[in-house]
Design a protein around this ligand. Structure first.
Ligand SMILES: Cc1cc2nc3c(=O)[nH]c(=O)nc-3n(C[C@H](O)[C@H](O)[C@H](O)COP(=O)(O)OP(=O)(O)OC[C@H]3O[C@@H](n4cnc5c(N)ncnc54)[C@H](O)[C@@H]3O)c2cc1C
Length: 389
């Protein structure tokens, strides 16, 4: 099945009547590229037999990261929902490449929203085009969901800030040449850009992970890391708010990524259920297998509609914080269930075939990363209770 499927195309037509043809051309060309260059590589990325660098660079050259950014910085100036759909397709082709690209683009979004003219001029076009790979450092060894407890500091000394501390579980660490980093100054959490190489910037070992094995994750260590004062993004003390805003948008994209993971697990399950025979007929003939197929399909379609709804609110300038979190909580939990049912449908082969169970392993990260389900449920309920006043 084409990655830019008839179903995905129909949704673009419904969301963007009048403009969908241009968007569909972009998505269809990206989909064809993913099918040819990323999808076949995915098992090798999982097994550590291929590097993410080449396919990710090629994807940047195809304009994947440029989709939602203004033309003046080299972007394509297309709606956020088109970008989210592209990430869904990439999640279908390979989830770990999608994770790496999604984090990279979150930094571009941060630069666009909060960077100075000089910072945008220097970095934004390079990040959007993929010439510069970016990484986002908020989590620390002892500070995750509650980022107000961050211990990394940035002390102003003369015309520089000196950063000390470390960031944990950082995607693209060691590979990236630009780090958007959050550290405490005298005024509170603040946001900085750190360019690599820098003698005070070091990296831990590549962490061994359950899934998302194509992407790199490690600790980033700041050991008296000196950066010019112009590396401060926006205002001192405002970094915590910037991080929250960047993550709200990123959650829509993570929801899309999970829909993509679920879709490929579902497609494999349909094909297997039709070909595997038991008791003299294909297992797709059994009612209990059909129930699984019906529930998987319903969940995938619901997750897709939820992330597209949040994306449309964002591109229309509304408050999408609750909807983005709802989409992420729903799609990430749905995805785990769908990938688990895919293993069940495949029986013993589901448990023993890397190329099937890696979808569950990849999906497992995303009820944790970029806001755990527990913390997002708190955010959704807080927002909805305040809306109801
Ligand atoms: C592969 C991978 C890639 C990542 N990439 C990045 C990255 O690029 N940049 C980055 O900054 N971070 C990254 N992260 C970190 C990720 O965002 C954090 O793991 C996540 O935010 C959760 O933080 P934590 O692991 O410290 O868990 P904690 O915050 O310690 O949470 C532990 C448990 O307690 C629960 N909990 C916490 N507070 C509450 C509460 N108030 N009520 C109920 N339950 C609660 C949580 O939901 C969770 O179940 C990555 C993580 C992984 C594993």
């Amino acid at each position: 099945m084409a990655i830019y499927s008839a179903e995905r195309r129909r949704l673009m037509e419904m969301l963007h009547p009048g403009r969908h043809q241009v968007f569909s051309e972009v998505l269809s060309s990206l989909g064809a590229f993913m099918e040819k260059e990323i999808l076949p590589l995915s098992p090798k990325l999982d097994a550590g037999e291929a590097s993410i660098a080449k396919p990710r660079k090629a994807l940047f050259e195809q304009g994947m990261t440029a989709i939602p950014f203004p033309v003046q910085y080299g972007g394509l100036g297309l709606p956020f929902s088109v970008y989210a759909m592209a990430v869904e397709m990439l999640g279908n082709a390979d989830a770990s490449v999608a994770l790496s690209v999604e984090i990279h683009n979150a930094v571009a979004e941060g630069l666009l929203r909060y960077g100075s003219d000089g910072q945008r001029k220097k970095h934004l076009a390079a990040v959007i085009s993929g010439k510069t790979l970016a990484s986002f450092g908020l989590t620390e060894p002892a500070s995750g969901s509650d980022s107000s407890t961050m211990a990394t500091t940035a002390e102003k000394k003369g015309g520089e800030y000196v950063i000390n501390g470390s960031k944990m579980f950082i995607t693209n660490a060691g590979e990236a040449s630009l780090y958007m980093v959050f550290a405490k100054t005298a005024k509170g959490p603040s946001c900085f850009l750190v360019e690599a190489p820098n003698p005070g910037l070091k990296f831990g070992k590549d962490l061994k992970k359950l899934g998302m094995r194509g992407s790199k994750t490690s600790e980033v260590i700041f050991d008296g890391c000196r950066v010019p004062e112009g590396s401060l993004v926006g205002q001192e003390g405002e970094g915590g708010e910037y991080a929250k805003e960047i993550l709200h948008g990123a959650r829509i994209v993570v929801a899309a990524l999970n829909v993509g993971i679920s879709q490929i697990a579902y497609d494999k399950s349909i094909a297997y259920a039709k070909s595997r025979k038991a008791f003299g007929k294909p297992i797709s003939e059994f009612q209990l297998i059909r129930e699984k197929i019906a529930d998987m399909k319903t969940g995938i379609d619901a997750g897709r509609l939820m992330y597209l709804y949040a994306a449309r609110i964002k591109e229309m300038g509304g408050d999408y914080t609750s909807e983005a979190s709802q989409a992420k909580v729903y799609a990430t939990e749905m995805s785990l269930k769908a990938c688990d049912e895919a293993i069940q449908i495949h029986g013993g082969y589901g448990y023993t075939t890397d190329d099937l169970h890696r979808h569950w392993r990849d999906a497992r990260l995303l009820t944790i990363g970029e806001g755990t389900s527990e913390v997002l449920r708190m955010l959704i309920s807080r927002k909805e209770l305040s809306r109801a006043q």
